[in-house]
Design a protein around this ligand. Structure first.
Ligand code: HEC
Length: 179
């Protein structure tokens, strides 16, 4: 009787354990599936306004973007060292001189709103440079940088670039048309 009870208990315990393990595996599987499904859905529901650019135009914009990121990193590095001359120098590289270089190549390819927002970012960096030289106040520069970077965030939330080649809507449309 006692032996029976003892052997029954662990058995029950074992089945319970396996049951839980199966449930856990199921849960894990669903979770992984969910993550993948989410990634696919996220890609398909990118509702940001599409900028249709040629391949070289896209490369040009992205190159400027990478320069902006690397420039802001250099500004932060100089600010951390309280080197206000370097802050001014780095900020000036992202100012209106940088904007003029890009202008011709992209003329007409980008919407007015996009260009305007981009220009104000370049103006911000010229202002940051001027203030870094005259005020030498790293806290002030930091808040200017933060305000300017809010524009990076706003623009990225609004636009995406698509070339004809990578535009899924375009290729779907074409497949249907050639059927
Ligand atoms: C006027 C709009 C606009 C502003 C302002 C802007 N960006 Fe962008 N940026 C874009 C767009 C559009 C893309 C491409 C996004 C996409 O296609 O998903 C992009 C892409 C990028 C990329 C990716 C580059 C690559 O090689 O893929 C980086 C990095 C970046 N931006 C940094 C910045 C930083 C830093 C700032 C601010 C200092 C900034 N951007 C301001 C529009 C903007």
């Amino acid at each position: 009787m006692l032996i029976c009870a003892i052997s029954a208990k662990p058995k029950q315990g074992v089945t319970l354990y396996f049951d839980q393990e199966i449930k856990l595996n199921k849960l894990l599987f669903m979770l992984i599936l969910g993550v993948f499904a989410n990634a696919v859905v996220a890609e398909e529901t990118d509702k940001r306004q599409i900028l249709k650019l040629s391949e070289p135009q896209r490369e040009h914009v992205l190159q400027e973007m990478r320069a902006l990121l690397s420039g802001t990193q250099s500004i932060l590095d100089a600010l951390a060292k309280d080197d206000m001359a370097a802050v001014a120098q780095q900020a000036r590289l992202l100012g209106m001189t940088m904007a003029h270089k890009a202008e011709d190549h992209l003329k007409g390819a980008l919407p007015q709103e996009f260009m305007k927002l981009g220009m104000t970012v370049h103006q911000d960096f010229d202002q940051l440079a001027a203030d870094a030289e005259s005020m030498k106040d790293s806290k002030h520069s930091l808040s200017q940088l933060s305000a300017s970077m809010a524009k990076c965030v706003a623009c990225h939330a609004t636009y995406q670039i698509r070339t004809q080649h990578q535009n899924p809507a375009y290729s779907r449309h074409r497949t249907r048309a050639t059927r």
